[in-house]
Design a protein around this ligand. Structure first.
Ligand SMILES: [Zn+2]
Length: 153
């Protein structure tokens, strides 16, 4: 009986230790992009407090075609980011960043979709739905303007 009690209390201690890392439930391949998101926010004076947004992040097959990322909410996983595995496996670093930042825009910043476009039809926001009429132009040159826009609201 005593042994059982000790092993239970040890387990509880381990769980407490884990929960001090706000990204403990984020898959290791995704973590650098989550950290990059908080750093980009910080350089723009936008304090992202991940301890108040217990994030889950996984890479897995999203069965819906054309959908490469999701932010979902439930009691068990209040802010869950899912990135499509077939997309992830072939995406560039910027492509991965784009989809992770879009989903964190929903999950952490609480932003909705924004289909704004310039006079040439290029999307002005990372928060474009992907099913609207604007065309993506996220690259190393336009990146800064997109991130300024993302953290402006
Ligand atoms: Zn979206």
């Amino acid at each position: 009986m005593l042994t059982l009690f000790i092993s239970l209390s040890c387990k509880k201690e381990d769980e407490l230790k884990e929960s001090s890392d706000p990204l403990v439930a984020v898959e290791s391949a995704l973590k650098p992009y989550f950290i990059r998101f908080t750093n980009e926010a910080k350089t723009r004076g936008f304090a992202v407090d991940l301890s108040s947004h217990p994030l889950t992040g996984i890479i897995s097959d999203i069965p819906t075609s054309q959908v490469i990322g999701q932010c979902s909410y439930s009691n068990e996983n209040p802010y869950k980011v899912t990135i499509d595995k077939p997309f992830w496996d072939k995406a560039s670093d910027l492509g991965k960043e784009f989809v992770v930042f879009h989903e964190l825009g929903h999950c952490v910043l609480g932003r909705a979709h924004d289909e704004s476009m310039d006079s040439r039809g290029f999307c002005l926001s990372i928060m474009r739905s992907g099913t609207g009429n604007c065309r993506d132009s996220y690259n190393s040159t336009t990146r800064k303007a997109f991130l300024d826009e993302l953290f402006s609201e």
